[in-house]
Design a protein around this ligand. Structure first.
Ligand code: HEC
Ligand code: HEC
Length: 181
């Protein structure tokens, strides 16, 4: 991917459900060893399993229940994995379709600017109150339209949320990634 968040970044903080910090390296291990883990789980009750786990191959997710469909309800490890396997690749397609040159190096840090755990703490703050959205549309029509029409619906989907509905004020919208006022 070329966009991994390294150790010791703020992203590796957060609630821990395993003994060791959930880093991208561990994630890669988990991903790498998942098929092996599943195979092993499947033959657990077989009399003579012919494979043994590779040394150090921890497989925390192997027999865990499937992750919740809403990102917000996932634990930290599930969030990491979902970001890497679903959010980043799917949103890369959306952003690159919007501007291939600008988002050539799209990755975690496009949203998690400077490794901020929450994009809201790092992306530009938006003024949406009053006629804020209309003003933004007038001043930066291209990016604003792109965000509202492409980014929000796609991101809502991968986050397991409904897109923001202005009539109810509910759902995943600009505030899902930006601080808004
Ligand atoms: C398209 C934007 C986007 C991209 C790309 C992205 N993220 Fe996220 N990430 C988010 C949003 C939005 C949240 C939820 C923030 C919130 O509301 O708490 C989030 C949350 C997270 C969280 C949970 C943070 C916490 O403390 O609860 C982790 C961990 C995370 N992302 C890791 C990654 C990693 C690793 C990558 C790259 C593989 C990545 N993200 C790529 C937008 C993105
Ligand atoms: C998936 C996360 C995400 C969502 C949801 C999102 N944005 Fe963004 N937005 C970004 C990222 C990432 C950038 C920075 C892109 C860049 O650097 O080119 C950005 C940049 C912008 C910019 C440019 C800021 C500047 O100073 O030039 C505007 C304007 C903007 N967004 C408006 C919106 C609006 C309005 C919404 C809701 C309709 C929205 N965004 C929803 C991720 C998001």
């Amino acid at each position: 991917m070329g966009n991994n968040l390294s150790h010791g970044t703020p992203l590796s903080r957060g609630p821990r459900t395993t003994q060791t910090p959930p880093t991208m390296r561990r994630l890669r291990h988990a991903v790498l060893f998942l098929p092996l883990a599943l195979a092993l789980a499947a033959c657990e009750k077989a009399p003579a399993p012919t494979t043994t786990p590779a040394p150090g191959a921890e497989t925390p997710a192997a027999d865990a229940p499937p992750p919740p469909s809403r990102f917000a309800e996932m634990n930290h490890d599930q969030k990491m994995e979902h970001m890497a396997k679903v959010v980043e690749p799917k949103m890369a397609v959306v952003f690159k379709a919007g501007d291939a040159a600008r988002y050539e190096t799209f990755g975690c840090e496009t949203c998690h600017v400077n490794h901020a755990p929450r994009p809201q703490d790092a992306l530009p703050k938006l003024k949406l109150s009053g006629d804020g959205f209309e003003k933004m549309m007038a001043e930066k029509p291209e990016v604003t339209k792109f965000m509202a029409e492409q980014v929000v619906p796609a991101m809502a989907e991968v986050m397991g949320e409904k897109p923001f509905d202005p009539t109810t004020g509910q759902g995943f919208g600009c505030a899902g990634c930006h601080a808004v006022e």
